[in-house]
Design a protein. Structure first.
Length: 407
């Protein structure tokens, strides 16, 4: 592989992981990349360090530009394993390089490496490093994605190196946004941004919003955003910033997703009529069976939809476990600005709809009560109830959606 110049004397020296399909439980059908960047100046600076099993790749990229022993400074924007675990391999070649990171970054990295052998510099927002002709500023971004996270901003190039933020799990031969967007692949790139935000950054929407506002107040001008995953925003940095702000403000499509699982197909049969009811109101409706769909895809579809209906049969007076597993994961992502409802089948005592409604209530999500239940098998009359339920839910979704003017 070859390094790629992204700005004068600033190179992408990262690695492409074409094969990864399970990123700590997050399904990545399109693979990912571990981006890092080499700033060539009087004192060369490496920003981020990739995942440990890709150290050979990044070191080969660096060696095509300089002898790694010449690296004087290494910035660790984020200590999560995919961006920092190759650090010891890099440091073997430039043991005198100074390492720049936040206090939380230092505390975390100490759990991975013996830092006493290296020179570590703790930085805060506004601290700068002059590498020669370039002024490199640090901006703390706690919880985007971990407490240690920060951005690195190269002033002369108006380049924001943003670690996880604005990234996408997308392995590709293209390194820049316009290589997708200008070739009518915009949907793929935007879809990847939605997917990444939904599964990684959904809990931190309010932090993202305030951090972007802080950048604006600081007068940070951005010409390019270089994240640590996926493509670099060369032509459309404003577009991805706006998309992030919109998502933080509650952007979703005026549509419904039905997420369900089933034991003997009764709950599944309910989805047919409910989906038809939703559609009769003119809203798009997607139906996803949990055990047939990767969880991260389910989460993305949930996040894109203003309304979601969750369906489960009752098992031992509770909701069918795969559905509760999904709701547990969703609860951790702390969703907002969505409306949800429940439906399901039962044999005798029931309990699934009640349990799902309780979880939705606890999440603080708008709840469409009371839901609809069917005993044993949906009759023709039950199917009509399900149809009407879908129809009424669609109307509520349309009303609720009016609260979000940015859509
Ligand atoms: Fe790509 Fe939070 O690590």
């Amino acid at each position: 592989m070859k390094p790629i110049e992204i700005k004068p004397n600033i190179y992408w020296v990262g690695a492409i992981d074409w094969a990864i399909r399970d990123f700590h439980g997050y399904q990545t059908p399109r693979g990912t990349t571990y981006n890092n960047y080499l700033i060539l100046d009087a004192e060369p600076v490496l920003v981020d360090a990739v995942k440990n099993n890709f150290s050979e790749i990044t070191l080969k990229n660096i060696k095509q530009l300089i002898n790694p022993s010449e690296i004087k400074h290494i910035v660790i924007n984020h200590i999560e394993n995919d961006h920092a675990t190759a650090l010891d391999k890099v440091m073997e070649l430039c043991p005198k390089a100074k390492i720049y990171l936040t206090q939380k970054g230092k505390e975390g990295l100490e759990r991975f490496f013996d830092l006493s052998k290296w020179e570590v510099v703790v930085v805060k927002t506004g601290h700068t490093l002059i590498s020669g002709k370039k002024t490199i500023m640090f901006i703390e971004t706690p919880m985007m994605h971990w407490p240690d996270s920060m951005f690195t901003y190269v002033k002369e190039d108006r380049l924001l190196i943003s670690q996880d933020a604005f990234g996408q799990h997308l392995a590709s031969t293209q390194r820049f946004d316009d290589e997708f967007i200008d070739n009518n692949n915009e949907w793929l790139l935007e879809d990847a941004v939605w997917d990444y935000y939904a599964n990684i950054l959904m809990p931190f929407g309010f932090i993202i919003k305030s951090k972007i506002e802080e950048l604006i107040k600081m007068g940070i001008e951005i010409d390019m955003i270089a994240p640590d995953h996926g493509v670099i925003w060369r032509k459309y940095p404003d577009k991805v910033i706006k998309l992030y702000l919109d998502m933080a403000n509650g952007k979703a499509e005026e549509k419904v997703t039905i997420i369900y699982d089933t034991m003997w197909n009764s709950t599944e049969h309910m989805t047919y009529s409910i989906a038809q009811g939703v559609r009769s109101e003119g809203l798009n409706c997607k139906v996803l069976k949990l055990r047939a769909t990767p969880l991260s895809i389910v989460i993305t579809e949930f996040w894109k939809s203003r309304g979601t209906l969750v369906g489960a049969p009752t098992l031992n007076n509770l909701a069918f476990p795969p559905v509760m597993q999904f709701l547990d994961y969703l609860r951790g992502l702390r969703p907002k600005n969505r409306i949800m409802g429940a439906f399901g089948s039962y044999g005798w005592g029931g309990g699934a709809v009640k349990e799902i409604n309780e979880v939705i209530r606890k999440m603080g999500i708008e709840l469409f009560e009371p839901g609809v239940e069917v005993k044993y098998r949906p009759s023709i009359e039950d199917e009509e109830r399900c149809y009407q339920f879908g129809k009424e839910f669609a109307r509520r979704v349309r009303e609720y959606h009016k609260n979000f003017t940015s859509d």
